[in-house]
Write a new protein. Structure first.
Length: 522
């Protein structure tokens, strides 16, 4: 089901259709819609929504958004079901458009195809979506924000920091900003109750009068959730960590005169979320690495389309005092991978590196430690299940069984770093891979794959120019073997430790982040 914003005096008019852009294709596309939605919504809702959409299409009905979703009752109870219908189907349309653009109807190969197309043309993967009515409507919403640009000033260092589920990096920012005696508030997206919750039904629908709607939504929020609204009202700057649900929510709920800053890590850049953020409303984008900033700029044409948008690169930091430089005697022949239980981390490549090392120097007792959360036992897609099963098949090998250790997640990973001499990154994509930073700070030599989804922008080499960079397990094993010589290893690990403790320390990076948040960097 797709809709288009109407023109003329009928503000917010929606013409509802089913998946295709032309009425004559409706009957042929209905089965495709069900397939696209089945994994998202379940069979019952798929059937209900498909029938509802077919009725709308057949009648040529027009729904007036001002009345149904509009400013008069932006979150009225009787509107929520219809908003949910449109939101769920819009989300499903995005996935379908992505599959069409990359030429794969099989979701199991989506990540592989996406990686290939990102390397050649970042815009191509989202071409179908941008051409769709919802994609055009979202672009139009951002254009209105740019055209009716509101001047925003920062009178004091007062900031509200908002995140949704993952506060692991956000908490560091909160602590450092409070240590600097700034006025810092926090808002958790998970705690916002209905009807204002940060759910798909409140997020996926654009507006063709965004400033008026934002003001109306803000009035409703102050009336219904005065405590949460007061936190927003007190802040000069709204800093949203992770470019996902809270970023969209803030752009449509907060007062238009507030400075809005969004920080992007990694997964969001390859998710639907960034395509639903009205970037015309955002004042600054902070990325944790240059290759992610470049990817975002390429796929969304940010510099060209939104010249007002400030773009910054500020990596995540770690406190060097947390990482002791003590090594056990066997460390030179021990590898470690922290965080491994998903296919993006590519732990099988780490095992193949170990196999190569055993083949190259069988006289050495090579070991490999995996540290982190265990694999999920359920809820994985078929591709992820297949990868997990292959991983455990490797562990059945008699040769490898005694050389590989699995360690549960711990917040005292430094103890494991003391045992290891080389820290591995084998991922398909990373923004920064903090395990590499923390391993280097503890005296491990970084062994970093040229991440495929960042190689177009020289991502790994730009972040870690002095790491042992590799493309194949054989290359990695050769480099590790060469640097396992005692003198060479000590020299390399000391250099890595000094580099990480300087470049990724809070003393260097917190001032950069604060200047970006408050708009003080040129």
């Amino acid at each position: 089901m797709i809709w288009t914003t109407g023109g003329g005096e009928n503000f917010g008019t929606f013409k509802v259709s089913i998946y295709a852009h032309r009425a004559q294709a409706m009957s042929a596309k209905l089965p495709g819609l069900s397939v696209a939605l089945r994994g998202q919504l379940g069979f019952g809702r798929v059937f209900l929504y498909s029938v509802l959409g077919a009725v709308f299409w057949a009648s040529g009905a027009k729904i007036f958004a001002y009345r149904l979703f509009g400013a008069a009752k932006p979150y009225a109870k009787d509107n929520r079901h219809f908003r949910r219908v449109f939101a769920d189907l819009t989300r499903a349309l995005f996935i379908s458009c992505l599959k069409q653009s990359i030429g794969s109807e099989d979701g199991n190969y989506l990540k592989t195809k996406l990686a290939e197309i990102v390397q050649s043309d970042p815009k191509a993967a989202f071409r179908q979506w941008r051409a769709s009515p919802p994609g055009r409507a979202l672009a139009s919403e951002s254009e209105i924000w740019v055209r009716e640009r509101i001047s925003r000033s920062v009178a004091s260092r007062s900031v509200l920091i908002c995140s949704h589920r993952n506060w692991s990096f956000t908490d560091r920012v909160v602590d450092e900003f409070r240590d600097a005696d700034w006025e810092v508030g926090t808002l958790s997206g998970r705690l916002i109750p209905p009807p204002f919750s940060m759910t798909a039904s409140n997020l996926f629908l654009p507006s063709d009068r965004p400033i008026a709607d934002a003001n109306a939504n803000w009035t409703a929020l102050m009336s219904k959730l005065p405590v949460d609204a007061s936190r927003i009202d007190k802040a000069d700057v709204l800093f949203v960590d992770w470019a996902n649900e809270p970023a969209i929510w803030m752009s449509r709920m907060a007062p238009p005169e507030k400075r809005l800053v969004v920080r992007l890590h990694s997964y969001e850049a390859f998710s639907p979320w960034v395509h639903f953020i009205p970037w015309g409303r955002v004042d600054a984008l902070i990325c944790v690495s240059e290759h992610l900033r470049a990817f975002m700029d390429d796929q969304l044409q940010l510099t060209k389309t939104y010249p007002h948008l400030e773009q910054y690169v500020v990596p995540n930091w770690s406190d060097p005092k947390l990482w002791a430089d003590e090594k056990n005697e066997e460390a030179r022949h021990r590898l470690i991978m922290v965080g491994y239980a998903n296919s993006n981390k590519a732990p099988i490549l780490a095992i193949r590196i170990l196999e190569e090392l055993i083949r190259i120097s069988p006289d050495k007792e090579w070991k490999l430690d995996f540290v982190g959360h265990e694999w999920q036992s359920s809820g994985l897609d078929s591709e992820e299940e297949r990868y997990r099963d292959q991983f455990f098949d490797y562990l059945k090998s008699e040769t490898l069984r005694s050389a590989i250790s699995l360690h549960k997640y711990t917040d005292k990973v430094g103890q494991h770093f003391q045992d290891a001499g080389f820290v591995l990154s084998a991922s398909e994509r990373e923004s920064q891979h903090m395990a590499v930073v923390e391993g280097a700070m503890s005296g491990c030599v970084p062994v970093v794959r040229r991440w495929p989804l960042g190689e177009r922008w020289n991502g790994a080499a730009q972040l870690y120019p002095d790491a042992l960079l590799w493309e194949t397990p054989h290359q990695a094993a050769e480099l590790i073997h060469l640097h396992s010589n005692e003198d060479v290893w000590h020299e390399k690990r000391r250099a890595a430790r000094l580099d990480a403790r300087y470049r990724f320390s809070p003393q260097v990076l917190v001032p950069q982040l604060s200047d970006a948040v408050f708009g003080l960097r040129g």
